[in-house]
Design a protein. Structure first.
Lengths: 261, 317
């Protein structure tokens, strides 16, 4: 009886370990030739095509909400000249990577998990292994790299659209002046903010793709198993991304001193 | 030329449930073997263990000096290039049409030009009777066609060992007969080692050189076709002749009461042993033995009427 409870308690540890081991396998396979250029480009195109429009549509209200919140707050402090700067900070540092990660996990990750899960239950992955082809190298590595690449670009897209959205709201709806909005961009924000946003997006893309591939390749029990795999992959990715985002932000604040003046 | 598969003391269980234990057999190079067993005795698991998709708990599978049960991932991928496997549902890649499916192993593993690939693919498609269906997607064709396409893909790399997972399930009797003839012809042509997992006794009685029977978590018997077909061993006899009387029950083995109840029932006589299927070009296969040779050598009298031309294929009546 006690051993059964112990097994139950330790099961999540085992799953986490297997996920990590899978990640290491993927890392090792990245350097194995031949690299699947074609699959990589196809996947990058596919992921971009399912995420670009939703990302842009999410980014506009994201930037607007930040502009509304920050704009109101900053008015109370009497520091309207910093509105633009605050919006840029919020969008580039946090909103960009988070919106990107939500879209990558929700749109790209679920598509990847569904695709690989369907292949798994139809024995296509087995067939591939039997033909002497490692599915990790052939299918997973291109997907992971494509996801990372697209995540970085999406992050850029969110930043631009978010800041533009903020501009529109601030200038048009809150009667801010265009000049002060633009001029204050560099008051608080600095170049490392941009870098850390990109690094975050890169890491989020990696995590989302690895989790989606892991869940998809371990789907079991027929069509229902595929549905479960997709569901779990999205939930697990979200949780991981928010934790990792927190950790990375904390590290960033330790490493990079805030800009003064 | 074909490669020998040597299996020793193989055991596999899922959790606490033993699937089969202590399986030892040697699949001789270039011969056709059939692995039989009631549904749910782990025949497919056995096949997947042979190609290293599942790791056995114990024992070894030696192919060309490499033990599949313990070798590294990289060696496994090398060894697998010797194999061609026909999966139950064909396992075609759903996103590619049949042509690309069959060409896939060639494109991945060889540096052949597209025109060479086209020649090989078309030859294999012709072999399985699928010429003209190259542009179809796997979702658009029937199960039987998927199976044949899977066979074409399994053969495209000229494998030394071909494994068939229930080639005859879901096929009509005519297509099954054609497929069986195709298997025999292929064996004559490429001399590879064939292992067929099935529960179609007609196939088992006429196609192979050797038969194995998995039953009740162990390998009940493995040996030449004539040995099993003339065997008086209750399980083998019951299964190969599709009878209700015997140790195998509906769910698993029968319990003591059921066995007691049928204790006095007369077992029907063994049906005659049919002739082995011969290659359609009339030449005999390298591993083929003359009909009745095993029985003569071992002093076994085959059931009356054995080895006659044009005998009825009906069994178990």
């Amino acid at each position: 009886m006690s051993s059964i409870t112990a097994q139950r308690v330790l099961a999540p540890v085992g799953t986490a370990g297997r996920l990590f081991a899978f990640g290491l396998d993927v890392g090792r396979s990245v350097f194995r030739r031949p690299f699947q250029v074609r699959e990589f480009i196809q996947q990058a195109w596919f992921i971009a095509s399912v995420t670009i429009i939703p990302t842009a549509l999410v980014a506009i209200p994201f930037g607007a909400v930040i502009a509304l919140q920050v704009g109101g707050l900053i008015k109370q402090f009497g520091a309207q000249s910093f509105t633009g700067s605050a919006a840029v900070l919020a969008v580039v540092r946090e909103a960009g990577p988070i919106a990107t990660s939500l879209l990558i996990a929700g749109a790209a990750g679920s598509a990847i998990a569904a695709d690989l899960g369907a292949r798994k239950i139809r024995e296509e992955l087995d067939a591939m292994m039997v033909l002497g082809i490692d599915p990790i190298q052939r299918l997973v590595v291109p997907r992971v790299l494509a996801c990372m690449l697209v995540a970085v670009f999406l992050n850029g897209l969110v930043s631009v659209v978010g800041v533009a959205g903020g501009y529109v709201f601030n200038v048009v709806l809150q009667d801010g002046t265009p000049g002060s909005y633009l001029a204050s961009f560099t008051a608080l924000a600095q170049l490392p903010d941009l870098w850390q946003g990109m690094v975050k997006a890169l890491v989020f893309g990696l995590i989302a793709a690895v989790v989606a591939c892991y869940k998809g390749m371990n789907a079991a029990g027929g069509p229902k198993g595929v549905g479960d795999a997709v569901n779990e992959s999205v939930v697990v990715t979200f949780m991981l991304l928010f934790i990792v985002n927190f950790v990375m932000s904390a590290i960033y604040f330790q490493l990079v001193p805030p800009k003064t003046g | 030329m074909g490669v020998e598969i040597k299996v020793e003391n193989l055991s596999k269980s899922f959790g606490k449930q033993l699937i089969w234990g202590d399986v030892s057999l040697t699949v001789p190079a270039g011969e056709i073997c059939v692995m039989l067993g009631p549904s749910g005795t782990g025949k497919s698991v056995f096949l997947k263990t042979l190609i290293g998709l599942l790791k056995p708990d114990q024992g070894s599978i030696v192919i060309e000096g490499t033990d599949i049960a313990t070798c590294s991932e990289r060696e496994l991928y090398e060894i697998r290039k010797l194999f061609g496997v026909l999966f139950q549902d064909g396992a075609m890649f759903g996103s590619m049409n049949l042509y690309d499916n069959v060409a896939f192993p060639l494109r991945e593993h060889t540096k052949k030009s597209e025109s060479e690939i086209r020649d090989i693919v078309m030859e294999k498609m012709d072999l399985v009777g699928l010429l003209g269906a190259e542009d179809k997607l796997p979702g658009e064709i029937s199960g039987g066609m998927r199976k044949r396409a899977g066979l074409a893909r399994a053969l495209v790399l000229e494998p030394e060992i071909v494994l068939f997972d229930e080639p005859d399930s879901g096929l009509d009797p005519v297509r099954t007969a054609f497929l069986n003839q195709l298997i025999v012809d292929l064996n004559a042509q490429i001399d590879a080692t064939f292992l067929i997992v099935t529960h179609d006794i007609n196939t088992a009685r006429t196609v192979p050189d050797n038969i194995g029977l998995l039953y009740h978590r162990h390998l009940a018997m493995f040996g030449p076709r004539e040995m099993l077909l003339s065997s008086e061993e209750p399980v083998v006899r019951q299964f190969l002749n599709a009878q209700r009387v015997g140790p195998i029950g509906m769910s698993e083995e029968k319990d003591a009461d059921e066995l007691e109840a049928e204790k006095d029932q007369e077992l029907p006589p063994l049906p005659p042993i049919p002739l082995q299927l011969e290659p359609s070009n009339g030449l005999s296969r390298r591993s083929q033995r003359p009909a009745g040779e095993w029985c003569r050598e071992h002093g076994v009298v085959p059931p009356p009427g054995s080895f006659e031309q044009n005998m009825s294929m009906a069994v178990g009546v």
